[in-house]
Write a protein of this length. Sequence first.
Length: 196
Amino acid sequence: MNDSERRTVIQKAIKVLRRETNNGDDTVGAKHIFGSNGIHPTYWGISKQQFEVFVNEVRNCHRKGELKNEYGNDPSHERYYSPEVFDDVSRGLNMHHVCNQVIKMQTKDFQVTINTKDKEITTDPEGTEGTETVNVPFLSYSLQRNTHSAGLLCEVFFSHAWDEPFFEAAQESWILGQMTVKVGIYARYVTLRTSI
């Protein structure tokens, strides 16, 4: 699938979202983008720089106390996570915390700016003459960061464990060199594309 075909998928998803017959289904655009005729998972990548920005955003939220260890006081709970590990700035929260408290919040609503003349996705800021903003709820983190190119080719894949400390996993990913990070959310993947 080339760049033009991927952009067409996003443009069609925006058209579907604009229809009044969606019966209140705000996932219809994302379903179109990630469906069997949508953008192939090999284009669900993010760059190393984009991943570094994400890790720093999570670090800042963690440092400010904005992220919670929901089951840190209940050792009998199946999702118990040690408060000592959670509070450790070099290890931190796990992927359950990152997914539920960061990724889901960031993907809940996403504004795409399109050029009203040719209906192309643009990087021009909202409010620029000849553009309009369209909400595309549940668009994955990777496609949010690469909407202008309708995805970024994933070259290498790096997996994680859900209970693994996030900051520790992020640090290890840089030691390995180039890789792609999979972050599970609604069965979609957020991937990391790095250059050699």
